[in-house]
Design a protein. Structure first.
Length: 391
């Protein structure tokens, strides 16, 4: 007797890795955590985010900064001019000439020389100034007019944060802290500046609403985050306007677009920093508490919320959709009363298309036949009419 062949297949071999991993899970009795990173991926943490932000600002975790930034903070020149000085080979770091712009240094540990003179980093200084009208808020003025930094009594290099036009007055911050100055002026951080403005006449509530919603100027659409009526004046009224971003003569241009000329413009506060009773043209150093408040106010950028349309209930939306579909079916039946459903209307449209195609093809065939017949007749006539020979 011949033995019957066994048709059963042998069981597939298990993968050793899968078997070992399952055995380890059973032995441990604990499942792997959901948030654990995979072997190939790099774990993200708060330290990496801090490193990215530090690199954007020009600093690293080890305290190193870009060379041109250290030179600008020391008061040698602006950053662009410092870059030119570095490329010319006039800078030495620990006895070695540096020509690369991306070179990073630690000013507390390393020795930096520019034209054989050592750089000394000055301590950070912060001043609040009540700017009088007639003074320019710029660091370099070729006309030689009086500047804001000329009113500050200090030997270190400082600069004003933000600007006020020549005819305006009020609070302005003067410092040598570049990071704080950048955060206070950049609209991404949303630092609000409060102004008291005297205008001709009294703006109506509709005009104030228009200023809140926004007005178009040459640079684009601008608006006041808040505006309110304060009191009456002899030849007009006083308003309180709050802005979270500043452009050149923004308040004057906004009010001129509405039809009210600005008489007096005075800045009262910059974020948590207030002018107070500081006399006109005087300045004072900031306290430690005021510096901390400014730093906390500019710690994180502000994300503006988008205005979204109000959501409707599910029942209301379903009712609206059903009513819209019923209206569509009614309109289709009114247009085509013979058709009872959408399928019928589709079949009618296809049949009309086919008939139109047949008619066009018949026309083309008849036209080709006529043209061929004309050609034959013309050739016959030419053959019959022969020229007579000349005598």
């Amino acid at each position: 007797m011949a033995k019957k062949k066994n048709n059963r297949r042998a069981p597939a071999k298990r993968n050793r890795r899968n078997s070992t991993s399952s055995a380890q899970k059973k032995s441990s009795g604990k499942s792997s955590s959901r948030g654990a990173p995979e072997k190939g991926r790099r774990p993200t943490s708060t330290t990496t985010a801090k490193r990215r932000t530090a690199n954007k600002r020009g600093k690293t975790d080890d305290g190193k900064q870009r060379l041109q930034r250290v030179m600008a903070a020391a008061g040698i020149a602006s950053r662009r001019e410092c870059e030119i000085i570095i490329q010319e080979g006039r800078v030495e770091v620990d006895g070695n000439v540096v020509v690369e712009l991306g070179h990073r240094v630690d000013p507390e540990k390393q020795e930096i020389y520019v034209d054989a003179e050592r750089i000394r980093i000055e301590p950070l200084q912060y001043f609040a100034l009540n700017k009088p009208p007639g003074i320019v808020s710029t660091n370099v003025d070729p006309a030689g007019r009086p500047r804001v930094i000329d009113l500050i009594r200090t030997q270190s290099r400082v600069y004003n944060v933000g600007r006020l036009d020549k005819s305006s007055e009020g609070l302005i911050l003067v410092t040598n802290d570049g990071t704080l100055a950048h955060r206070l002026t950049h609209p991404r951080f949303g630092i609000e500046k409060k102004y008291h403005v005297q205008v001709d006449g009294r703006p109506t509530p509709a005009q104030l609403k228009q200023l809140r919603e926004g007005i178009y100027i040459a640079e684009g659409k601008v608006r006041a985050s808040n505006i309110r009526y304060l009191k009456r004046a002899k030849s007009g009224s006083w308003l309180e306007i709050i802005l979270d971003e500043g452009r050149n003569r923004e308040i004057r241009r906004m009010l001129a677009a509405v039809g009210h000329k600005v008489r007096v413009l005075k800045r009262v506060s910059i974020g948590p920093l207030k002018l107070g009773e500081l006399p006109l043209g005087a300045h004072r150093p900031l306290t430690k508490q005021e510096i901390k408040r400014l730093q906390t106010a500019t710690a994180n950028p502000v994300r503006k919320k988008r205005k979204s349309a109000p959501r409707k209930n599910a029942k209301a939306t379903s009712a609206e959709s059903s009513s819209s579909t019923s209206n569509r079916t009614k309109s289709s039946t009114q247009r085509n009363p013979k058709t009872k459903s959408s399928r019928g209307s589709r079949t009618d449209s296809t049949s009309t298309r086919k008939s139109s195609k047949r008619k066009s093809s018949l026309r083309d065939a008849t036209s080709t036949r006529k043209t061929t017949a004309k050609r034959k007749t013309t050739t016959k006539r030419k053959t019959k009419t022969k020229r007579k020979p000349r005598r």
